[in-house]
Design a protein around this ligand. Sequence first.
Ligand SMILES: Cc1cc2nc3c(=O)[nH]c(=O)nc-3n(C[C@H](O)[C@H](O)[C@H](O)COP(=O)(O)OP(=O)(O)OC[C@H]3O[C@@H](n4cnc5c(N)ncnc54)[C@H](O)[C@@H]3O)c2cc1C
Length: 242
Amino acid sequence: MQPTTATVVSAQRVNQDVYHVRLQPQQPLSATAGQYVEICLDNGWCVPYSMANCPVPDGELELYIQHFADGAACHQVIETLTSRKEVPILVDGQVSYQPDWDNDPLVVLSAGCGVSQSRSLIEARLASGSAQPVYLCWGGRDEQELFELPLLEQWLTDPRFMADLTLEQPPLGWSNSEGYVVDVALKRLSWMTPLERRRARVVMTGSPTMVDATIARMELAGFCRTNLLADQDFYQPRTLNA
Ligand SMILES: Cc1cc2nc3c(=O)[nH]c(=O)nc-3n(C[C@H](O)[C@H](O)[C@H](O)COP(=O)(O)OP(=O)(O)OC[C@H]3O[C@@H](n4cnc5c(N)ncnc54)[C@H](O)[C@@H]3O)c2cc1C
């Protein structure tokens, strides 16, 4: 397991605690939409962050990184990315866009920073020749957990794409949806036939609690367990020899 060095192009805050990070790998790197980048710290920890864009050969990799006040690992990650010009990285992840996904509906259900992996998958999907629909439901507890997603407006002009934004505690004047991501999604997806539900790929990105609750509800609604995909089912922490 040999890390690749990446140049830190920029690391800029997009809300009160989320950084949008752009990395330029210095060597060719094999990466597929939906995978994650591990930031390798000096102490050997490899801290995973979903790719936010659809990677292209020799192109930049984008990440959205939340800086939790009490997070030991993410504190070191932010410190490293904002103070150094280069960082060692690895790429891994089983939940990645596959060519056969083009044949079926794609549903991405995201909480907070989880929209990172969703963005990567949606970019890959809309760049493909697939005529199948793709639906994003993105939510959070309150407005602080969302941030501007520059491509959203552009995606909404694509007839294959549908989206809902939802907050559990919306502020006055909030004109989008209210409630949990899975509730809003199931309401919106009522048009799907039993066959479409069984065939659809559903990618869930958020806290383990959000993902577990979403899997249970989606299964009850007729979605196929083997097509309900989340990194938490596959992720294995790894450490480099410090
Ligand atoms: C697949 C995946 C994708 C993720 N994508 C994102 C994302 O896009 N954006 C985002 O903000 N967060 C993402 N996260 C969460 C992120 O990796 C951190 O868990 C989060 O920032 C909280 O960090 P923390 O400081 O609380 O550390 P922790 O949750 O305690 O640790 C985070 C990671 O650091 C490493 N680590 C910590 N302690 C040790 C140790 N003692 N020894 C070895 N390794 C250790 C492990 O890899 C561990 O998974 C993702 C997590 C996973 C598993």
